[in-house]
Design a protein around this ligand. Structure first.
Ligand SMILES: NC(=O)c1ccc[n+]([C@@H]2O[C@H](COP(=O)([O-])OP(=O)(O)OC[C@H]3O[C@@H](n4cnc5c(N)ncnc54)[C@H](OP(=O)(O)O)[C@@H]3O)[C@@H](O)[C@H]2O)c1
Length: 281
């Protein structure tokens, strides 16, 4: 039976490496890989290249995850492109170097890293449940540096490049236990991982610090090293019933206390419902 696997942010970096690993090998012949990419042309380039690398069917769907409207459209496009949905890999991520507000007046990293996976999970929930799917969140070990402030984060009033990235990754991770509880009765699992320190375009900047960062990044691992732990959470039969866990690569770690504050997670959930319009329906 064909397995449908969605990878967000699949046109470059870790997402592309994950897609490359998914199209490789004999098992790929029974996979349908759906690349969700912000830029249609970049998505099509990735699709063409991946289709030549293996036997999987590869589709590209375009969708920008930095506004409520964009996320809703992406959810609709994925729903249409995926009659079934076995694995949803939230990989797209943003590490902006300055405060950028979207059309809803919300800060970019807050939307891409936190609200987008939240709303996609909710919009695709029925389909995920029908397939007893797995959801994988590509998180970041830097979440422990997050400085949660539910009043100021949505609009980036407390913006600082490092701590905003860390905080928005923390928000995403703080909802993991709540999603695991909600998804459990639906037969859906959800797990998160830190993929390692990987040489990609994440956090790139065009100043002197950017040049220095580019030099340092040469020492970091290539994106292909991040793919195996992601594929493990997505496909390993031994993890079929495992849910609500966080891994550093393949090593399970307890969530740090900052991500286990239940009252804060519930407040975040409620806020995300309000900001995405879910609570008004
Ligand atoms: N690299 C690391 O060392 C590292 C460490 C820990 C965690 N991570 C996490 O790994 C994930 C992948 O990051 P990466 O290192 O591969 O970064 P990357 O090379 O910068 O790739 C990011 C991907 O996300 C997409 N994306 C960004 N903003 C988007 C938006 N508004 N709408 C739709 N797609 C958007 C990008 O699309 P465009 O090409 O259109 O920009 C790109 O495909 C992220 O969640 C990141 O937080 C990375």
């Amino acid at each position: 039976m064909t397995q449908t696997i969605v990878v967000t942010g699949a046109n470059r970096g870790i997402g592309y490496a994950v897609a490359q690993a998914l199209v490789a090998g004999e098992a790929a012949a029974s996979r349908r890989i759906v690349l969700l990419c912000r830029d249609a042309a970049a998505g099509e380039r990735a699709r063409t290249s991946l289709a030549q690398q293996g036997h999987a069917e590869v589709l590209a769907v375009s969708g920008a995850l930095d506004s409520r409207r964009g996320i809703e459209q992406a959810a609709q496009a994925l729903d249409a492109a995926c009659p079934t949905l076995d694995v949803l890999i939230h990989n797209a991520g943003s590490w902006p170097q300055r405060r950028v507000l979207n059309e809803d007046g919300l800060e970019q990293a807050f939307v891409v890293n936190h609200l987008a996976p939240f709303l996609l999970n909710r919009r695709l929930e029925r389909k995920l449940s029908a397939c007893r799917a797995r959801v994988v969140q590509v998180s970041a070990g830097l979440y422990v540096k997050g400085k949660p402030d539910l009043q100021r984060s949505p609009r980036g009033d407390d913006f600082s490049a490092l701590s905003t990235y860390a905080t928005t990754k923390l928000y995403n991770l703080a909802l993991l236990p709540l999603f695991a509880e909600r998804f459990g009765p639906l037969g859906v699992t959800i797990n998160a991982l830190h993929p390692g320190v990987i040489r990609t375009g994440l956090g790139a900047r065009d100043d002197a610090l950017g040049l220095l960062l580019a030099l340092v990044k040469r020492l970091w691992k290539a994106p292909r090293h991040a793919a195996p732990p992601v594929l493990r959470l997505a496909l390993d039969p031994a993890l079929a019933d495992v849910t609500g866990r966080y891994y550093d690569g393949t090593r399970e770690l307890p969530l740090a206390a900052i991500a286990r504050d239940r009252a804060q997670a519930e407040a975040l959930w409620q806020q995300a419902e309000q900001l995405t319009g879910l609570s008004t329906r």
